[in-house]
Every structure is written in C-alpha cells, then in structure tokens.
Design a protein around this ligand. Structure first.
Ligand code: HEC
Length: 121
C-alpha cells in the first residue's frame, strides 16, 4: 500500500486560497472607506476643522470647493500638502492659512489626497 495524501487535502488548500482572495478583496474594498475615516480623524486632531468644513466655508474654503477648484490640476496634491504644512494666502482671498508645523509630510499628503478626492453627494 502506498502512502496516499488524505483526499481532502487539496480542497482544504483551495479553501485557504479562496479565503485569502476574499480577504484581499474585502481589504481592498474597504480601504478607501478606512482611509477617508482616518483622514477625517486626522483633520480633526490636527485642528483643520476649526477653520474648515467639508461642505461649507468657515474661515477657510470648504474642502469640496478645494476639490472642485483643483480637479484638473495634476500637481495639486503636492502643492496642497506643502501649503497644509507651511500655510499661505491668495488662493481663496486675503485671509491667510497659518502654518501647521504639527502636521508631518506624510500626514499632509494623506490630508491633501483625501481633500482632493471628495465629491459632492
Ligand atoms: C486658522 C484657520 C485655518 C486652519 C487651522 C487651517 N486652515 Fe486651511 N485654510 C485657511 C484659509 C484662510 C485658507 C485660504 C488660504 C488662501 O486663500 O490661500 C485655507 C486654505 C486651505 C486649503 C486650500 C489651499 C489652496 O491653496 O487652495 C487647504 C487644502 C487647506 N486649507 C487644508 C487645511 C488643513 C488640512 C488643515 C489642518 C492641518 C488646515 N487647512 C488648517 C484657514 C485654516
């Protein structure tokens, strides 16, 4: 008698493979949502939302207006990330945005990416 592998082993393997794929799909599907949640939290904890709201002007422009204004500008992500950290004025009026040295370069990119992908419901 030869030693044969248990007949069910291949099925078990296939199952593991499948659940890996499902997990991958689920993670990919959920990540934009998780990303948006994370960025919103970041905007809160970095005090952006004391001057900004997603859908209305406060001291600074609404983030939806920012997204619309730069929707055709491929360099906007980096420019806005820079401005988030260093502040500036003149894009929306005379009120300047103060510098935000508490924001890291990586965080500034997360925030600018998030702002630029916002869409009116
Ligand atoms: C004290 C108020 C204030 C705070 C705090 C603030 N902003 Fe602003 N923000 C402004 C003002 C005012 C403008 C308009 C500046 C201009 O006209 O160039 C602005 C503009 C912007 C713009 C558009 C820039 C452009 O060139 O079009 C972005 C993006 C932005 N803010 C993101 C942020 C983020 C992210 C944070 C938090 C890290 C933040 N802001 C914190 C007041 C603020």
């Amino acid at each position: 008698m030869k030693n044969r592998p248990p007949a069910l082993a291949p099925i078990g393997q296939a199952r593991r493979g499948l659940s890996f794929i499902f997990c991958l799909l689920a993670c990919l599907g959920l990540s934009p949502w998780a990303h948006a949640q994370g960025a919103m939290e970041l905007a809160k904890t970095r005090h952006c939302l004391s001057c900004h709201a997603v859908d209305k002007k406060v001291v600074g422009p609404s983030y939806l207006d920012v997204a619309i204004k730069y929707s055709k500008d491929p360099l906007a992500k980096d420019r806005l990330a820079h401005k988030i950290i260093h502040g500036g004025s003149g894009s929306w009026g005379v009120i300047p945005m103060p510098a935000n040295p508490q924001v890291s370069v990586e965080e500034s990119k997360t925030l600018s990416t998030w702002i630029l992908q916002l869409k009116a419901p």
